[in-house]
Design a protein around this ligand. Structure first.
Ligand SMILES: Nc1ncnc2c1ncn2[C@@H]1O[C@H](COP(=O)(O)OP(=O)(O)OP(=O)(O)O)[C@@H](O)[C@H]1O
Ligand SMILES: [Mg+2]
Length: 454
């Protein structure tokens, strides 16, 4: 297919093969942008009824827009080839990141949160993904998660069809997988919900189960249910209790265990009912991990946490509130009494102090950013020019850029005016360029072992 043109898409390069088809990188020549084009296996769309339902589902899914969902641009059929065109995502799949050990706990929770947040958007429209798995989530180089293949799994979803319990029961008799199903069944079963595995009706909370498996896998590096054959795996999903995450990986916050367990309940009604509820808990967990707070918090710490929250959530924090109260009292005083020059002077000085505090807010947040990011040992230098923070590293790892993205996001939310911050992670600078950058203004951090050539 490479070099060919389908509709107005020039096919450039093979990206990968999955259970449902082959994915290519292509160029949309009309809009002049790269896209990912997935050509579906013909046997999946042979049944006209199924194909019609697939087009319907894709149309519904294309209406869901969220930064964590790879947008569907087009579905069509040309020369007997049914294909789906979607946003091209530059990055690695979560399964690659797990295999390369590029994720840490915060990174895993951040990705799960972003995906749950995107999925919640689809769930609001009553759209179930049906095929959440670590191969269908990619992470871009700037730390954003993207959920792929929305609307596709409907093709697999017929009772008694691929991967369903009745198929599996048939397999116990035949002992072999039907040719066309092999790849899909093998690849996908590990993330199925018990109701999917048993060929029963599925619901929004089936996606919650599958995302729970991805979270488990990201945190521990292992799948919770695995058997020697797809059939054994399905059996485990339907009946076996999962080994608690906190046993597979020690020293995890208890909240991680609680969230994963709630996702992986066998009975759909015992899980989070949709991804929105899961996203809310993951957001809370993210904050807990970042502040190093445990679930049972002593009162003293709770007060501190509250003050910390006030400091960051309310414009200019506690000092802001105190400042505003003082200004209001002073103004009242000035209005209702005879103004004395010393009071007026005091007010001006106070105003200047407040202004200075506001002006330096961004710098303080950048300082905090540098303190946190420089803890990663692969970080060689951090440079700020205008509103761009460039983090130079030995090797860009997902856990780092996911963390950077999340820090920048939270800083930008707290910047009430001025230009928002951006970040770039670079691991491609030549020694010469690196030395040049170090000599330019704006260097905020340099690792001790990095030598500056004279
Ligand atoms: N939108 C996309 N942007 C960039 N690369 C993609 C995109 N979609 C898929 N890919 C790449 O193509 C590979 C194959 O994707 P594909 O969806 O066919 O396989 P899969 O997810 O393993 O199986 P399934 O068919 O069950 O979804 C992926 O691993 C990914 O590297
Ligand atoms: Mg896929």
């Amino acid at each position: 297919m490479i070099g060919k043109t389908l509709k107005h898409y020039d096919i450039d390069q093979l990206l990968g093969k999955g259970g449902m088809g082959v994915v290519y990188k292509a160029q949309d020549v009309r809009l002049g942008r790269p896209v990912a084009l997935k050509i579906l296996k013909t046997e999946l769309t042979a049944d006209p009824d199924k194909k019609r339902r697939f087009f319907q589902e894709a149309r519904a899914a294309s209406a869901v827009t969220h930064p964590a969902i790879a947008q569907i641009y087009d579905v069509d059929e040309i020369e007997g080839k049914t294909f789906m065109v979607m946003e091209f995502v530059e990055g690695k799949t979560v399964s690659q990141l797990i295999a390369d050990r590029e994720l840490d706990l915060i990174g895993a929770v951040e990705i799960a949160f972003q995906v749950a947040d995107g999925l919640a958007q689809a769930h609001k429209a009553n759209i179930v993904h049906r095929d959440i798995k670590s191969d269908n989530i990619m992470v871009t180089r700037d730390g954003h998660a993207k959920l792929l293949d929305f609307g596709l799994a409907k093709l697999l979803d017929t009772t008694g069809g691929m991967g369903s319990w009745s198929t599996i029961q048939n397999l116990t008799h035949t002992k072999t997988l039907p040719q066309t199903m092999e790849g899909t069944v093998m690849g996908t079963v590990a993330y199925m919900s018990p109701e999917q595995a048993r060929g029963l009706a599925i619901n929004l909370n089936s996606d919650v189960f599958s995302l729970g498996i991805v979270l488990y896998e990201m945190v521990t590096g292992e799948l919770p249910f695995k058997g020697d054959s797809p059939l054994d795996t399905l059996h485990a999903i339907a009946f076996d209790e999962v080994r608690p995450v906190s046993i597979v990986r020690q020293n995890l916050p208890p909240e991680v265990h609680r969230i994963v367990t709630r996702c992986l309940r066998k009975r759909p009604e015992d899980r989070y009912q949709d991804a929105g509820y899961l996203a809310a808990d993951l957001k809370h967990l993210k904050r807990e991990i970042e502040t190093g707070v445990q679930t049972t918090i002593p009162t003293g710490q709770r007060v501190q946490l509250m003050l910390g929250w006030l400091e960051t959530s309310i414009p200019f924090g506690i000092k802001g509130i105190v400042g505003a109260v003082i200004i209001i009292v002073l103004l009242g005083f000035l209005i209702f009494t005879n103004i004395h020059w010393s009071i007026l002077g005091g007010t001006v000085v106070l105003g200047l102090l407040v202004y200075r505090y506001i002006r330096n807010r961004k710098d303080r947040m950048v300082k905090r950013f540098v303190a946190k990011v420089s803890k990663f040992e692969e970080v060689k230098a951090i440079i700020c020019s205008d509103s761009l923070l460039t983090v130079i590293v030995d090797k860009a790892q997902a856990k780092l850029y996911i963390r950077i993205n999340s820090l920048i996001d939270s800083i930008n939310k707290k910047l009430y005016f001025g230009q928002s911050l951006k970040a770039a992670v670079r691991d491609d600078l030549s020694e010469e360029d690196f030395q040049r950058v170090l000599r330019a203004p704006g260097v905020l951090y340099v690792r001790e072992d990095v030598l500056l050539e004279s």
